[in-house]
Design a protein around this ligand. Structure first.
Ligand code: HEC
Length: 443
């Protein structure tokens, strides 16, 4: 206790000194609360013939075999994640032992000089420094609830500089113990009062390339899928996602296609998707989140060149994500494509899954590496159709210091019903625009 109070005295003095020392206006560009977002699916829509091939027992066996292989691979990955887990080192999940009471003492000692007793900010007459336009109002749940603890921890440990924010926010790494930081974060969490209405940052998992995740996002993703053999073809999806009214998200996906047809390259738009997602259920304790999305695909692509389905389609799906440990996760998506005119395109069902883990230096606070493996299946809803399974090993990395720019690359290999389906290289760049301008937060 004495140690705690003396270290709090120290940070109180230092915080007041720092608060008084920043007289120069800070030129810090906008960033708002959401942290570590990413999500969505890309639809490298390849509209292929759906020849009516008789289903053979052999094919069925092979599909069962692939399913078993998929499950085995998931198990190995998840077990590997469990095995390397370091006790006490928390990256995704928040600590369960944190004490709000101790956190309040730390807050009153070292933070209120700038952040104020309530978390909105101390009166500007007493803080002297000019607030960056990214100044956090910690009473606003829309800004704080979607922030994972790791983001706060990084800022408190290393100061604003650590994530490319204002250096007015001091580093407390030498002043506070790990537990004190967890405690003050737990206290910060009590400053917003209606957090039930917003998605929980801890459940915001790394975005897989194909499997769409459940967490509602604010981001722009540019995602490309290119054939590595067979006929030249690539599709780039420009995807915009935006949350509104808490747990809802609007999404627009505009695909652009390039293909080699009859010896010449041709290009054109694909079918534009407009989707609405809503989080239905989430639990920090269970580590799970469930969302439903309804989408409509407009027939904007030229179906003669294979750029579109040639009919409006509805695309409902459910996305369910589960934290397995604090660094391993599973993401599942189950949905259907329902064309209005089924004589032009068949109804189909799809299943997508991504299992992965996240690793980062600096006790999980540094650059984040998330290897994942996806198993993706699609089956036309007609007799005699077979299920197309693809496997997609991939890696996502946070590129900017603020972690608001991420990139991923993967290799998608068809494993059943392979004829006419080329392996593809898939990659994306993701900009979590709620965290700041593209060029902010790199150093
Ligand atoms: C000298 C003034 C000052 C002190 C003292 C201070 N902060 Fe800050 N803090 C800031 C500023 C300024 C920012 C905004 C940085 C930016 O947006 O560029 C900030 C940002 C933060 C953020 C990021 C909020 C978000 O939404 O991402 C957290 C968390 C935070 N402070 C926690 C603390 C805690 C905990 C303490 C006490 C241990 C503390 N701060 C002490 C000035 C201060």
């Amino acid at each position: 206790m004495t140690k705690t109070s003396s270290s709090i005295d120290r940070i109180w003095t230092i915080a007041r000194l720092i608060a008084a020392s920043h007289r120069e206006p800070e030129d810090v560009d906008g960033w708002s609360r959401k942290f570590g977002k990413n999500c969505h699916e890309i639809t490298g829509h390849t509209y292929r013939r759906y020849a009516n091939k008789g289903r053979t027992v052999q094919r069925l066996r092979r599909q069962i075999g692939v399913g078993a292989l998929a499950i085995a691979a998931l198990c190995v990955l998840l077990l590997a994640g469990v095995a390397v887990e370091v006790p006490g080192q928390r990256m995704i999940a928040s600590p369960k032992h944190a004490s709000v009471e101790n956190g309040k003492a730390v807050w009153n000692g070292g933070c209120i000089a700038c952040h104020g007793a309530n978390g909105k900010g101390a009166p500007e007459t007493s803080t002297v420094f000019v607030r960056p336009d990214t100044w956090p109002d910690l009473t606003r749940c829309d800004q704080t609830t979607p922030e994972p603890d790791s983001a706060y921890k990084s800022v408190i440990l290393h100061g604003g500089r650590g994530l490319g924010f204002s250096q007015i926010m001091p580093a407390f790494g030498d002043l506070l113990t790990n537990d004190q930081i967890d405690d003050v974060i737990a206290y910060i969490r009590t400053l917003c009062k209606n957090d039930k209405h917003f998605p929980l940052g801890v459940l915001n998992l790394p975005r897989a390339i194909v499997t769409e995740k459940a967490f509602p996002e604010d981001e722009l993703v540019i995602s490309t899928a290119a054939n590595v053999s067979g006929p030249g073809s690539w599709t780039t999806d420009i995807i915009h996602e935006q949350t509104f009214a808490g747990k809802n998200q609007l999404e627009v996906d505009v695909p652009v296609n390039y293909a080699r047809l009859n010896g010449a390259w041709t290009s054109g738009p694909g079918d534009i998707t407009i989707g609405f997602k809503r989080e239905l259920f989430s639990s920090e304790r269970a580590g799970s989140i469930l969302s439903l999305q309804g989408g409509i695909l407009l027939p904007t692509g030229d179906s003669n060149r294979g750029f579109g389905a040639g009919t409006t389609q509805f695309e409902p799906f459910a996305a369910y994500d589960q934290l397995i440990t604090n660094r391993t996760f599973l993401q599942l998506q189950l949905g259907a494509d329902l064309p209005v005119d089924t004589t032009v395109a068949p109804r189909s069902l799809f299943f997508r899954s991504a299992a992965g883990a996240s690793f980062a230096p600096d006790h999980g606070l540094g650059r984040l590496y998330s290897p994942m493996i996806e198993f993706v299946a699609k089956r036309d809803y007609m007799t005699g159709a077979s299920t197309e399974w693809d496997v997609l090993p991939e890696m996502q990395v946070t590129v900017s210091r603020r972690q608001h720019i991420r990139a991923a690359v993967g290799y998608r290999k068809p494993i059943t019903d392979v004829s006419g389906r080329a392996p593809q290289v898939e990659f994306y760049v993701l900009w979590d625009w709620a965290e700041g301008h593209f060029w902010d937060g790199w150093r």
